[in-house]
Write a protein that binds this ligand. Structure first.
Ligand code: C2E
Ligand code: CA
Ligand code: CA
Length: 721
């Protein structure tokens, strides 16, 4: 319904139509009503006017008569029967002057002294006599009785007048006595001579008053013949219906109406146009509104960078997908985490990082065209796959790992990041929360197993996770009590003298239940939990204590990026050295290449500060990471430690090229060189020949405990003495 109300058809067509029809009908109805009223009032007025004109006609005729009947000459000439005079003054003259159609002069006995009838009415002579007879009788009675009703300043004598049908024709008949105007001629009452005047109401009369008062088609009819005409009845005083004056009534309302209708039609058309235009504005606005609402919805449900679903929307989809799943259908999720995204971001900058994330999104959609893919934020992605089997899910996960292994073209550089994938299958009544948890655990395992791979969740993983949590809390306890952490020392030999020239401190954890735990296992845990700082301090304290008795044996300690990022790091190192009275020159800190990529610059600042104080720096595991000699130079270190993998390579293939290159370049930069993990005499010979300064040789000595190291010193001193 709401959709229809916002539809184009409704807003631009139907609504304007309804409005204009409603408004138009209201205006039309009121127009019809008011003009109808107008016509009704006008018709009544016209009828009143016609009645008035006709009845005025009666008094007028009487008045006409008196101009000659109240006159001494008339009395005299009538009694003398001077027909010539009568013809001139009471007959023809009245006809030509007042348009009376007939005149009679009657003697006291009502016999006719004189008569005048126009040619056209001559056939009606007897009808006329019959018509005026009753009036004559009535007037004589009144004259005899001396009745003066109706005599005024204007009306000089009494008289009788009435409408009458003369034959079939209507007429006004008026009778006046012929009397003295001066009063000098006495007449016997009731014996006065009478003057009868007749005016027919058909004939010229209607035409004349029609023209005078503008009544259209004014005429006389005997009966009402049509409804188009208005009628005023003519009735004699004794109630005889004579006929009707009729005319085409004037309808002012209709004229107004007819004049208004086109304007009204135009108005309605305008209203339609205007409301339609308004509707169009409304429609466009509502379109824009729903577009921006859709955009808001899109933004709330999609990741801006990749256009993939975001966390909120993915969780919704997942929940809906699992809830509506049939019992036999199986769905799966993948959690994808890029392995070296941070390094790319730090090395090439954030715009390049954003590009990489976008490309990862595209690749994901290519590899998983039927899955709902989402970005959870940072370098974490997820995918929801419907109706899959375990092998299908594993295949999809493997596909993602392989796709992410391919280098990404960032324009300015190529980057290889790789990804770890955790996969979980929703079986039975696994809900969204549980499935997410399982995929997360699987991802953790993929990472722990060396990254750049996938892991499918299995129940055993829960056990591993529990073990890791336990390890974490055990480590916390070990660091708190400081009882289980030991530092061992691996001697480093000088190629030139063949003697031990320094030691590297390597941390060990002697777990009360699990025995000795390798740093490779617990260092990552310490790094992730923030315990690495405390661990680093313990190792440095132990290292200082161990070399204190030696005259000037240097010691190397390993530092994690996580602990070096702290601003307080240089101060911590220098204060421990000071407390043990060890010169900063005797300490060498081994850092990894990844640390050189730190974008905050804090590590570089710490390195610079410590080097200024005399502390030396070495790059550990050189050649395995991102660093180049250029960068090494930028940061400023004192040594490189060639990683064991190159030394092993040397033994396997005899290929000296890589190490020879490293050594000659380091030499050119003025750096010292240590080779790690030298296990055979052959390796030792080659490395010596290539020009390494120092060798960390398993062959000569495995890492020693502090006590063993101490014993070594005692042995030396006794040998020397
Ligand atoms: P790394 O710094 O490369 O340490 C050298 C590792 O190689 C040591 O293992 C050492 O025992 C081993 N090694 C030396 N020569 C040979 C050889 O000829 N053959 C073989 N197979 N191994 C050799 P370890 O002690 O297990 O240490 C492993 C890693 O743990 C270290 O690698 C270092 O990165 C880290 N680590 C050790 N102690 C600390 C510490 O106190 N703090 C920090 N942050 N990391 C530490
Ligand atoms: Ca090391
Ligand atoms: Ca190393």
């Amino acid at each position: 319904m709401g959709g229809f109300i916002r539809s184009k058809l409704f807003l631009l067509g139907l609504l304007p139509l309804i409005i204009s029809v409603v408004v138009g009908s209201l205006v039309l109805a009121s127009l019809y009503w008011s003009t109808g009223q107008m016509d009704m009032v006008a018709a009544q007025r016209q009828r009143d006017l016609v009645s008035l004109i006709v009845s005025n006609m009666r008094t007028e005729i009487a008045h006409d008569q008196e101009s000659a009947t109240v006159w001494d000459d008339a009395v005299t000439n009538t009694s003398e029967r001077n027909l010539e005079w009568l013809e001139i003054n009471l007959g023809k003259w009245m006809h030509s002057y007042f348009m009376h159609d007939a005149a009679f002069v009657l003697a006291a006995d009502n016999s006719e002294i004189y008569h005048f009838i126009t040619e056209e009415h001559s056939a009606n002579r007897d009808n006329l006599r019959r018509a005026y007879a009753p009036l004559v009788t009535h007037l004589r009675q009144r004259l005899l009785a001396g009745d003066t009703t109706g005599v005024t300043d204007r009306v000089l004598s009494i008289g009788e007048s009435d409408f009458a049908a003369v034959g079939s024709r209507p007429a006004i008949i008026s009778i006046k006595p012929i009397i003295s105007d001066t009063g000098e001629l006495e007449q016997q009452e009731g014996k006065e001579n009478l003057h009868v005047a007749v005016r027919f109401l058909d004939g010229t009369f209607p035409g004349i008053i029609g023209g005078q008062y503008q009544f259209e088609d004014m005429h006389f009819t005997r009966g009402i013949d049509d409804i188009e005409h208005a009628h005023v009845p003519l009735m004699s005083s004794n109630g005889e219906m004579i006929g009707y004056m009729c005319w085409k009534p004037f309808h002012p309302g209709s004229i107004v109406k007819n004049a208004t209708l086109p304007a009204l039609a135009a108005g309605i058309f305008f209203i339609f146009g205007a409301t339609s235009a308004l509707g169009s504005v409304l429609f466009r606005r509502s379109e824009r509104l729903s577009a921006s609402r859709a955009e808001l919805h899109r933004m709330a449900h999609h990741d801006v960078l990749t256009g993939l679903a975001n966390r909120v929307s993915f969780n919704e989809t997942l929940e809906k997908g699992l809830n509506t799943a049939l019992p036999e259908s199986v769905h799966g999720v993948l959690f994808i985490d890029l392995d070296r995204f941070k390094a790319v971001n730090d090395t090439f900058g954030h715009p390049a990082g954003d590009r990489l994330i976008t490309m990862v999104g595209e690749r994901l959609q290519e590899v998983l065209p039927h899955a709902v893919t989402a970005r959870f934020g940072g370098d974490e992605f997820t995918a929801f796959l419907k109706n899959v089997t375990g092998p299908m899910l594993a295949e999809a996960a493997d596909g993602v790992v392989h796709a992410m292994q391919r280098p990404f073209d960032l324009g300015s550089a190529m980057a290889t990041v790789g990804a770890s994938v955790g996969a979980a299958l929703a079986t039975g009544e696994t809900d969204a929360t549980e499935l997410t948890r399982q995929a997360d655990i699987a991802l953790f395992h993929a990472k722990a197993a060396g990254r750049n791979r996938y892991a499918l969740y299995g129940d055993h993983m829960d056990e591993l996770l529990r073990a890791r949590r336990e390890l974490e809390s055990d480590l916390r306890h070990a660091l708190d009590t400081r009882t289980q952490i030991e530092t061992h020392f691996q001697p480093v030999y000088s190629v030139a003298s063949g003697k031990m020239c320094s030691v590297e401190a390597l941390v060990r954890w002697r777990h009360p239940a699990r025995g000795l735990i390798d740093p490779d296992v617990f260092i990552p845990v310490a790094e992730e939990t923030g315990l690495i700082s405390t661990l680093g301090s313990i190792v440095l304290e132990d290292a200082c204590a161990a070399i204190a008795p030696w005259a000037n044996l240097p010691v190397a300690v390993n530092a994690s990026p996580a602990e070096m990022k702290k601003e307080s790091y240089p101060l911590k190192i220098l204060s421990i050295l000071a407390r043990h009275n060890i010169l900063p020159e005797r300490l060498e800190i081994e850092i990894t290449e990844g640390l050189l990529l730190d974008s905050t610059g804090q590590c570089q600042k710490s390195i610079a500060a410590l080097r200024k104080a005399g502390v030396r720096f070495a790059i550990d595991d050189f050649g395995t990471g991102y660093s180049s000699f250029g960068r090494v130079q930028d940061i400023g270190v004192d040594r490189i430690k060639i990683d064991k993998v190159f030394v092993d390579e040397l033994a396997r293939s005899g290929n000296r090229g890589i190490i020879a290159g490293m050594i000659s370049m380091a030499r050119a930069k003025g750096l010292e060189i240590t080779a790690e993990g030298v296990e055979t005499a052959e390796q030792r010979e080659i490395l010596t020949a290539l020009g390494c300064d120092h060798l960390q040789v398993f062959l000569l000595s495995r890492p020693l405990t502090a006590d063993q190291l101490d014993a070594l010193r005692s042995k030396r001193e006794s040998a020397a003495s």
